[in-house]
Design a protein around this ligand. Structure first.
Ligand code: PAF
Length: 311
């Protein structure tokens, strides 16, 4: 009970009104929460649609500054992985070592980038399986309720403020849970993303249709598990396939985030997903032919539409 009272007063910062950021902002909805944006006076009024009802996101907006960051008990980073480098450049000179960071994004490269850039900050990582998509510049839709898992990445002792803030967030999410093995769960999610995201992108299909490509799914799974084994994450091919098929079924009607990026002519997270696997495979010298082939195919198409969109 004591922890809940303290957790309720925790000051949480969220980077941007992306899909996950907007949903967390809606869940937290209190004066203690700040959303960090580029333009505080922007005329755009972000909203979130839940069960057909469009709700304005009222949370306080602010810029990054030493003062605004210093007041925080937790900084949540729910941005796309390709935005990390720019964000780290901005934060490195001003983020105090005492502020815990929670990384909520696809892939594993973000966790490594933030650990390297902020070696003294406490790092949490999480997985969100909520079905969210952007409908327009000012509106995000919650299409399906999922889970929010949070855990600590380092073996360091958890600080009170980091833990209490994570608890506050979990208590506001309808299915928020603490995880003692978040690293393994992030790898499991990465495996799912390695299969569903590039296949839906390349075949222009909803998640459910990926069942038609079971042979390709198995090829990807076997290569990715070979890399995971070097990282001491052991998952059997059978249970991996079962898990991937479960997610395909549960999200059958969804448009994957990578296909959403393609439809919106935006950069994808392919580098943080298959790119991260290739990087590790090179390091451990293990073959990942299928993964490389899919990576190149996605990159080529992505480059083509990005070039056209920028013309
Ligand atoms: O990136 C995504 O779209 C999601 O993580 C997933 C699980 C593939 C469902 O669409």
């Amino acid at each position: 009970m004591m922890t809940n009272i303290r957790a309720a007063t925790k000051k949480i910062g969220i980077v941007g009104f992306g899909c996950i950021g907007s949903y967390l902002c809606y869940l937290l909805d209190d004066k203690q929460t700040k959303v960090f944006v580029r333009r505080t006076a922007s005329p755009i009024k972000p909203t979130l649609s839940v069960d057909g009802e469009r709700k304005a996101l009222k949370t306080q907006r602010c810029y990054f500054s030493e003062k605004s960051l210093h007041a925080l008990d937790l900084l949540i980073v729910p941005v796309k992985s390709y935005q990390n480098a720019e964000l780290i450049k901005q934060l490195r000179p001003i983020l105090p070592q005492s502020i815990p960071i929670l990384i909520l994004q696809n892939g594993i490269s973000g966790i490594e980038e933030f650990r390297q850039a902020f070696p003294y900050n406490e790092i949490f990582a999480g997985i969100s399986t909520d079905g969210l998509y952007r409908q327009s510049i000012d509106s995000v839709v919650l299409a399906g309720r999922g889970k929010l898992l949070i855990g600590q990445i380092q073996d360091k002792k958890q600080s009170c403020k980091g833990l209490a803030s994570a608890k506050k967030l979990m208590s506001r999410h309808p299915h928020g849970e603490w995880s003692d093995n978040i690293k393994e769960q992030i790898y499991q999610k990465l495996l799912v993303n390695c299969v569903i995201n590039p296949l839906t992108f390349l075949y222009d299909c909803k998640n459910g249709e990926v069942v038609k490509y079971t042979n390709e799914c198995e090829e990807i799974i076997n290569e990715v598990l070979g890399v995971f084994a070097h990282e001491r994450v052991h998952i059997s091919p059978d249970s991996a396939l079962t898990r991937v098929l479960e997610v395909i079924r549960a999200t059958a009607k969804n448009t994957s985030s990578m296909l959403q990026d393609k439809l919106g002519e935006k950069p994808t997270e392919i580098d943080a997903i298959l790119g991260a696997i290739i990087q590790k495979a090179n390091h451990y010298q293990c073959p990942v032919k299928k993964v490389e082939q899919l990576y190149q195919a996605v990159k080529q198409q992505e480059q083509r539409y990005l070039n056209t969109a920028n013309r």
